[in-house]
Ligand binder design. Structure first.
Ligand code: PLP
Length: 626
């Protein structure tokens, strides 16, 4: 036992090719080995078959020239890639939600690509469909669901994962009304309002009776799946202001209608404002408008904010007792994998009072890294009470694109979206024959499933693996935030500047902005930060020579109300200015890299960062910024 646990200890430095290709030898040798395996596999298939391409063919002029062109095109591609790609692997890159990807995932992907499985149908992917189901189970378990009852699978990304969640929530909401049409006895005595407020589990239990009575197809035909969406009858979908853009697309595509997407305010920390959520629900209920669903974000795309999922779960349970029910989805496309930092080596949620010691021991947290705050801890813990969760392996799973995932607490929900009979998991068979019939997408790369599956096998989904890796980024983000907050006003070309972080990171995103001391114009401050972004991104040309690369975002009143006000005030901007300009431009750093303090100490990293920003400010001033 002891030995087994020791074996599972993950060394973070062995997971990546590395910022300086330190692990190139292993990577190349293993890739070569996998290619050899594949080519032998081809040759060994019916060894008696004659070769289709003869040696004579291979000496033909056209043949040689075709290969020559192949090589030339690849050289051209390589030159383009090397000139203008973004060096995610370097700790100098603190921008979007990516960093280096795991060697094992890259190798698994490249090796599987050669076999080109299609996970739409089992007959096209006997290996990788099984791997996809297994990876889905891994995620279900990590998120605190019962893997025997849950359903998880890989999507092309968080966008499609969210579409699927809204899809099942929508279909589910219409089922009790459909049952009333098809088998009124089952819901006798319930008003339409009560039918539209039936708890998720109760609907799924009722469907078991419907299936037993052989009426599933009829009920589906009477649900929105058959009837279409009728004028917002199913109610409103409540999403926080911090939502990802794909929620607007989802409401449109799925016929919910943008008007039925209700935006819930966020607080100063960019988390859903619970009072506003409650008021919104009360207001709708008073008008007898049902609530189709509520969405909480774990790791908002722009700020990395973690909604208080535990409070939303409490609200849902309270309302359910009062006869008001809604579907609860957690959009953890970005933050989901961070739940691993809270799970011990036996995948149990670590008690709060023991977590700090664990993080110190496993992840090198020092005393001054005061993470996580209690509410973030509680939010991650409560995720398992949601009806479904979006979680992206291609973000904090450190897996190459395109790998998102959606996990549903109760797999019976699949019957609501499929066009097929509900037989897939019966008889203990965990491999649906036709995955494509239960998901939004059709043909899709089995290589993706292999790369997620392989990552989960090498890097455990708890504090000994992913937790440790992600915690290194969090440690970097907390340090970066602290340095930004402690930075005194500084001089460039005789002018004085300040920098300020937006909020304390809930985990690993830090937003920040610079201003000139004394400048009270928000549009001028926005212009300064935009120019800084241009100096630190592809927009000033290929980034290969850049010393620091980041991303940016704008927070405006349309999307965020007055949530950013406190922040701009700290930078010397008045409320009047904020109300006039209505938008603040910030630089945004997602700290996924575990290597922030590897090349040098963290203090040296910070000093380099400030020197870089000073020299960029110098360029901006020399270019005539007033
Ligand atoms: C990134 C993100 C998405 C969209 O995911 P893709 O993988 O880009 O499709 C959705 N929600 C949140 C919170 C995200 O961060």
């Amino acid at each position: 036992m002891e030995g087994e646990k020791l074996m599972k200890k993950v060394d973070i430095e062995a997971l990546f090719i590395g910022p300086k290709s330190e692990n190139q030898k292993f990577f190349k040798e293993t890739l070569n080995f996998m290619i050899d395996e594949h080519t032998h596999w081809r040759r060994d298939f019916h060894p008696d078959d004659k070769a289709a391409i003869s040696l004579h063919d291979q000496y033909r002029k056209d043949f040689v020239e075709t290969l020559q062109r192949t090589q030339e095109v690849l050289l051209e591609l390589s030159s383009k890639l090397r000139t203008s790609s973004i060096p995610w692997f370097s700790p100098r890159y603190l921008g979007h939600m990516n960093s280096d990807t795991l060697m094992v995932s890259n190798l698994a992907y490249m090796a599987t690509l050669l076999y080109n499985p299609n996970n739409c149908a089992y007959e096209a992917s006997p290996v990788t469909t099984a791997l996809e189901i297994e990876a889905g189970r891994d995620l279900a378990q990590m998120l605190g669901y019962d893997p025997e009852k849950a359903w998880g699978h890989i999507t092309s990304g968080g966008t499609v994962a969210n579409y699927e969640a809204v899809w099942v929530a929508r279909n589910l909401k219409s089922i009790p009304l459909a049952i009333k049409e098809v088998k009124p006895k089952l819901v006798a005595g319930l008003s339409d309002w009560q039918l539209l407020n039936m708890p998720v589990k109760k609907i799924l239990d009722l469907l078991d009776h419907i299936k037993a009575a052989g009426l599933m197809d009829q009920v589906r035909d009477h649900s929105v799946k058959g009837m279409g969406v009728n004028d917002g009858q199913l109610g409103k979908l409540l999403v926080p202001q911090s939502k990802h853009l794909c929620w607007i697309k989802a409401a449109d595509i799925l016929g919910i209608g943008k008007n039925n997407l209700v935006s819930v305010q966020v607080d100063d920390n960019f988390r859903t404002d619970l009072k506003h959520l409650k008021d919104t629900i009360d207001r709708l209920v008073k008008k007898k408008v049902p609530i189709l669903g509520v969405m909480s974000v774990v790791g908002s795309t722009e700020e990395g904010a973690v909604d208080k999922v535990h409070e939303v779960v409490k609200l849902r349970d309270k309302y359910e007792k009062e006869g008001i029910s809604f579907y609860l989805h957690v959009d953890a496309a970005y933050g989901g994998y961070s739940r691993t930092a809270f799970l011990d080596e036996d995948n149990k949620f670590i008690p709060y009072h023991r977590l700090k010691t664990k993080l110190t021991k496993e992840c090198g947290f020092e005393r001054k890294i005061d993470w996580p705050p209690r509410e973030v801890y509680n939010a991650f813990k409560a995720m398992s009470h949601a009806d479904s969760i979006t979680i992206d392996p291609h973000k904090m799973g450190y897996v190459p694109y395109a790998a998102g995932a959606v996990v549903m607490k109760d797999r019976r929900i699949l019957d609501l979206i499929t066009y097929f009979a509900a037989y897939i998991f019966e008889g203990g068979d965990n491999n649906p024959m036709l995955l494509g019939a239960y998901i939004l997408e059709g043909s899709k790369a089995g290589a993706t499933a292999a790369s997620v599956w392989a990552a989960h096998r090498v890097v455990p989904l708890n504090i000994t693996g992913y937790g440790k890796l992600i915690a290194k980024g969090i440690k970097g983000a907390i340090s970066f935030h602290r340095s930004l907050g402690a930075q005194k006003p500084f001089a460039v070309d005789g002018r004085r500047f300040i920098v300020m972080p937006l909020t304390k990171p809930d985990f690993n995103i830090v937003d920040f902005a610079f201003n000139e001391v004394g400048n009270t114009s928000l549009s001028k401050m926005n212009d300064l930060n935009q120019k800084l972004y241009e100096q630190c991104s592809y927009s000033s040309g290929p980034v290969y020579k850049d010393d620091f690369i980041t991303s940016k975002t704008s927070l405006d009143t349309d999307s965020y109300g007055n949530a950013p006000l406190k922040f701009v005030e700290k930078l010397g901007i008045t409320k009047y200015e904020w109300e006039k300009t209505k938008s603040v431009y910030v630089l945004r750093s997602c700290v996924l890299t575990p290597f922030l303090d590897r090349h040098s100490t963290y203090d040296e990293y910070w000093a380099n960062f400030m020197n870089t920003m000073k020299s960029k400010l110098d360029v901006i001033i020399k270019n005539g910024w007033k």
